[in-house]
Design a protein around this ligand. Structure first.
Ligand code: NAD
Length: 478
């Protein structure tokens, strides 16, 4: 995609200046109409979202469709401007992918069409099970895809008849606020309802907690790493938790190695490895290990020597915590940065356009257990497929998020599928194929592993209600 960076930068600066100057509380007059979803105060945001929910409850499905249509249109038509804004604010990932992610979520998030009812028809009449909204949802979004996650969540949650208050990651709050403002303004102008999507413009852990505990929040949906996943699961209300991943890849001796290399680069390098589903460590059977490394070379990845891998480990992996709590994490200066930046840190120059670095390690390398979120992939040599699957399983920490195999042996695929027990299991494709992007199925950027809802849809955000007619309305038979 061609991007006029200068033009975009000037628009972004104007928007950020305006947001900075006006903040969230700038609207005068006390009421919440015309706030377009921007709030600093959690109580006000929840009250506005509740009021919007009451209004939405009186509208038709066709109106919900129109509302979602505005969100889709803005996400698609303004993806370059908003994607650039996200890149400028978060400073992680790749511009082309920031733009593409927003467009994809606008185009393909599931909407009203995904809702359906179930019917039981029998001797005693009819029972219809319908899917009702929860009410006001409290949602937390990650810095890795601030506005895309918010957009996908908003489409599916509103499709199901809910409204939502978002606590975005502080480092992606401005683009979240600007997207929310644009979505609400368009919806308000067309349908007269404001604040269907609310956002806390100065989000903190305290505002997240206030949302978690608010009596008028009916459901939580959090997307993020281990800390927020744990916090959400400790609440006294239902939480849909899209937690962390550390997706391993297994390559066995039957794999098409060139295809495997292309797929691993496509998934592992996407947005500089920020996706929770992205390939993070690769386990290759001994028999094809050297050939697989050569396939990675041919596909354009840049191989690091053992000495260079050591140097990168020292630079890009940090240790935090004390005693039992001590553990490795990715150094924040390297998260989501370009392969060239990683290379430069170890005094290496890579050809322009290099998307990813890779190198041989063993499983004791911190790059294996750590969710690195940067474009370096460790490749581990394994005796056979059983050892590869076992090492893959251990490296995933039982997050049960995503796993990938390249193989043409269905027994190996089956063995790995069973061992990993992940929400997403991709065979012979890049990770995103598991989200329907080059594979079958649908997309969402909230993949709820820990709480079991899987790749979220509008139905995820509904409660079942049964309507029973006794002894009548079955028009069949006796
Ligand atoms: P993060 O965990 O640092 O932050 C995520 C969100 O949670 C942010 O809004 C943050 O402010 C908030 N948060 C963090 N700790 C909290 C706490 N104790 N209480 C309340 N809120 C808290 O993660 P990130 O760097 O923004 O995103 C990357 C992480 O998210 C990775 O671990 C990735 O795997 C995961 N992720 C998962 C999915 C999924 O669908 N399962 C999707 C995207 C990202």
């Amino acid at each position: 995609m061609q991007v006029d960076e200068k033009l975009i930068r000037s628009v972004v600066e104007q928007v950020i200046t305006r947001l900075g100057a006006n903040g969230a509380g700038a609207h005068v007059g006390g009421g919440t109409k015309g706030r377009f979803g921007l709030f600093t105060d959690v109580n006000q945001a929840v009250a506005a979202a509740r009021d919007a929910f009451e209004q939405l409850s009186r509208r038709t499905l066709e109106d919900r469709n129109r509302i979602i249509g505005h969100i889709r249109r803005i996400a698609i038509d303004q993806c370059v401007e908003l994607g650039t804004m996200e890149m400028e604010e978060t400073k992680i990932g790749r511009l082309e992918h920031k733009i593409e992610k927003l467009k994809i979520l606008g185009e393909r998030s599931l909407g009203v069409e995904f809702l359906h009812s179930e019917v039981f028809s029998g001797d005693h009449g009819l029972a219809v099970i319908e899917h009702a909204p929860f009410g006001v949802i409290g949602a937390v979004t990650p810095v890795t895809h601030s506005l895309p996650t918010l957009t996908g969540n908003a489409v599916s949650m509103i499709a199901a008849g809910n409204t939502v208050v978002f606590n975005p990651h502080p480092s992606g709050r401005r683009v979240a606020a600007e997207g929310v403002r644009r979505y609400n303004e368009a919806i308000y102008k067309d349908l007269g309802i404001d604040n269907l999507i609310c956002v806390i413009t100065e989000p903190t852990l305290d505002t997240a907690n206030a949302i978690f505990k608010h009596p008028d929040i009916n459901l939580l949906c959090v997307t993020g790493g281990p800390a927020v996943a744990k916090a959400a699961m400790q609440q006294a209300k239902r939480a849909i938790v899209a937690g962390p991943g550390n997706p391993p890849v297994v390559v066995d001796e039957t794999a098409d190695l060139d295809r495997a290399a292309r797929c691993i680069i496509q998934g592992g390098a996407y947005d500089n490895n920020l996706l929770c589903i992205s390939e993070k460590q690769v386990f290759v059977v001994e028999r094809v290990f050297d050939a697989m490394m050569a396939a990675m070379d041919r596909a354009g990845a840049v191989r690091l020597s053992a000495r260079e891998v050591d140097a990168l480990t020292k630079a890009a992996i940090a240790s935090v915590g004390d005693g039992d709590k001590k553990h490795d994490v990715p150094h924040k200066d390297f998260i989501g940065r370009d392969a060239a930046v990683l290379a430069r840190a170890i005094g290496k120059t890579v050809p322009s356009g290099t998307e990813i670095l890779f190198g041989e390690t063993d499983e004791s390398s911190p790059f294996v257990p750590v969710e690195q979120m940067m474009p370096f992939l460790p490749f581990v040599r394994c005796r056979d497929v059983d050892e590869a699957i076992e090492k893959a399983r251990l490296s995933e920490h039982a997050f049960r998020h995503t796993a990938i195999i390249h193989s043409t042996n269905v027994h190996n695929m089956t063995k790995m599928g069973k061992a990993m027990d992940t929400t997403i299991f991709v065979k012979n494709g890049p990770c995103m194929a598991g989200l329907g992007l080059g594979g079958e199925g649908y997309v969402s950027f909230s993949i709820a592993g820990p709480t079991g809802e899987g790749i979220t849809t509008p139905l995820t955000f509904t409660r079942e209600r049964r309507c029973a007619m006794i002894d009548d309305l079955r028009i069949l038979g006796k």
